[in-house]
Design a protein. Structure first.
Length: 246
């Protein structure tokens, strides 16, 4: 599916790469390529530029899964990182995946008046969540079409738009495609300047796809409407992340 320029001159969000979308399954089959969700972060270069402690590792996508459309020789893994104990959530956060697998911060917001402090977004926030193994679950053609039409709409997030999505109008963990995003943004690669395809969305649940029914200790931000959005420039091996809320 691609945007039809005759009906949608300015899509609300860029198409995902991979083009087809996948939700994260927290019950992977033994025959599937397993991706790592959360867990400790021991990847070189990933200390937060503000907090000076390891960034929150959210998802490590394994290039051996051909569905994520990565070149294993170039980028064996794409790691999704964020930080909820400083000002990073209040601006774009970009980092480069180096050839040796380490990470180099490219862009981050160092100061913000109402930034989260070292205690995080809610009382008892730990900043590290238990490791889970996940797999990619294909989204049905019908659901992909609905999400695509919503993402390409120029009308904005109207009540009719959301009602048409029905059960799809809620944050979920998704890789590729056209995920539901409450307030989508477009972003350009800080190195080459090209529009960055959307790679993944992460909802506010470290144990599954239910951001509204979890207790705070398994929540990333303590708010079910929060999403972390990740874009990837495959040419420059740069990830750009931001967060939004309903």
């Amino acid at each position: 599916m691609t945007a039809d320029s005759s009906t949608s001159l300015e899509p609300r969000q860029p198409a995902g790469n991979p083009e087809s979308g996948y939700w994260l399954s927290f019950n992977p089959h033994a025959s599937e390529v397993a991706h790592q969700f959360c867990g400790d972060n021991e990847i070189p270069g990933t200390d937060c530029p503000n907090c000076m402690k390891p960034l929150l590792r959210i998802l490590s996508l394994d290039a051996r899964d051909v569905r994520v459309n990565l070149d294993p020789a170039r980028i064996p893994f794409v790691h999704l990182f964020y930080c909820w104990t400083c000002s990073i959530p209040f601006g774009e956060f970009s980092y480069k995946i180096e050839k040796d697998g380490s990470i180099k911060t490219v862009k981050s917001l160092s100061e913000y008046e109402d930034a989260f402090g070292s205690d995080g977004p809610y009382d008892g926030y730990m900043g590290v969540f238990p490791l889970c193994h996940v797999a990619l679950e294909p989204i049905s053609d019908e659901d992909q079409q609905k999400l695509c039409q919503w993402a390409e709409s120029n009308e904005g997030d109207t009540e009719d738009d959301v009602e048409a999505l029905d059960r799809l109008a809620t944050p979920r963990h998704q890789v590729g495609g056209y995920p539901f995003i409450a307030n989508p943004e477009r972003t350009s690669c800080p190195e080459c300047g090209q529009d960055m395809p959307l790679l993944a969305t992460i909802c506010d649940d470290s144990t599954g796809n239910d951001p509204w029914g979890r207790e705070e200790k398994v929540s990333f931000a303590g708010n079910g409407g929060v999403q972390m959005i990740f874009h990837l420039c495959r040419e420059c091996s740069i990830v750009t992340a931001y967060h939004c809320c309903d």
